[in-house]
Design a protein. Sequence first.
Length: 242
Amino acid sequence: MIEFQHVSFAYEPGRPVIRDLSFTIGDGEAVGLIGANGAGKSTVMKLLLGLLQGEGRILVDGREVGRDSLAEVRRKLGFVLQNSDHQMFMPTVYEDMMFAPLNYGLSREEAEKRVDGVLARLGLTELKHRHNHRISGGEKRMAAIATVLAMEPEAVLMDEPTSALDPYNRRVVINTIRDLPQTKLITSHDLDMILDTCRRVILMSSGQVVADGPAEDILRDKVLLEANRMELPFCLAGRAGL
């Protein structure tokens, strides 16, 4: 579904942020992309969405990401931003969710049917006509996810989906992510959430992959995590008595 082939990128000449990065994410996989600040996680997302262009090749469903393919590629990828205020730009949840389907050529009746289906599946029907500036942070995060799902993307990208949420809304978001059938690529410092939602983890440091494997194996490796300026998830640290 997603493939990086020897991708490199630098914001400034001679100072690469991504270095010869290669990995593949299969259809339906849930992958956590982790690393300390500055590891290159956000740059990977921007490269995948075509917001930045580097060296090497990036493919989405077999189609190379480039100027001529951006519209097609972006229809396959739904991106949930870390700050929902930057994503929800229409007055109401309903208008936000209708925006992409209508622009993809659906009739208003077809678009509304899709919106209602997504809201019902997520248990968010009561938010349909709520104003975005009058819902809580947790509700807005869920509404942002619903807005992306209304696009019916083949893959969902998420940047810190549980940041700044209270424990209840964090659990709601985690359960929602876990139930999504799409391919998922999630960047986060919330390693407990990654462990709950992802079977595989890619650990980055200085723009390179330093580990790629089962989430349980990588996230319980205290030596590996600390060598890359990270710590065990709380749940595993508790089991280890640390």
